[in-house]
Design a protein around this ligand. Structure first.
Ligand SMILES: [Cu+2]
Length: 152
């Protein structure tokens, strides 16, 4: 019996070539995220604290939303989203891709409308940004005004 075993290196390189072709083929799909729709009249706002307010180190933040509904992350329903609290964020994140989850960009994917947070003493800013079921802001970003508070 004399048969030729396939060369394992050749198999590996053709698998790699295939995966590479697949990744290249997927690029256009990855580049076009369809943003969920939000009416231009929709807005979010901080119910509390209020702009200029002084708060203790641990305090409650209440999220307000007008013209949209709250739905948990993962639930694709027209006219809804979940809140993200931006803490001391000077430059807005990209509004056409999923928001990162950091200590300054907090997700409320459970559909929460308030939270308890702790911040060190000093001045801080808070702002709300709604994200869709995949954490991407809407075609008309539902962004609150940025408020400044003093923690003492
Ligand atoms: Cu999110």
């Amino acid at each position: 019996m004399n048969f030729v075993l396939p060369n394992p290196h050749k198999i590996a390189s053709s698998v790699i070539a295939f995966l590479f072709a697949l990744i290249v083929a997927m690029q256009p799909a990855l580049a076009t995220i369809t943003l969920s729709h939000a009416d231009e009249t929709a807005y979010s706002y901080l119910i509390s604290p209020k702009d200029g307010q002084t708060v203790p180190e641990e305090f409650t933040v209440k999220f307000g939303l007008n013209g949209m509904g709250v739905a948990p992350a993962g639930v694709d329903r027209e006219g809804t989203g979940h809140h993200h609290l931006l803490i001391d964020v000077d430059e807005l994140p990209k509004l056409d891709e999923p928001l990162a989850a950091t200590k300054n960009i907090r997700h409320f994917g459970g559909g929460q409308t308030e939270t308890q947070i702790s911040l060190p003493p000093g001045k801080h800013t808070l702002q709300l940004l709604l994200g869709n079921y995949t954490h991407v802001p809407h075609d008309h970003p539902v962004l609150s005004e940025k408020i400044e508070i003093t923690v003492e």
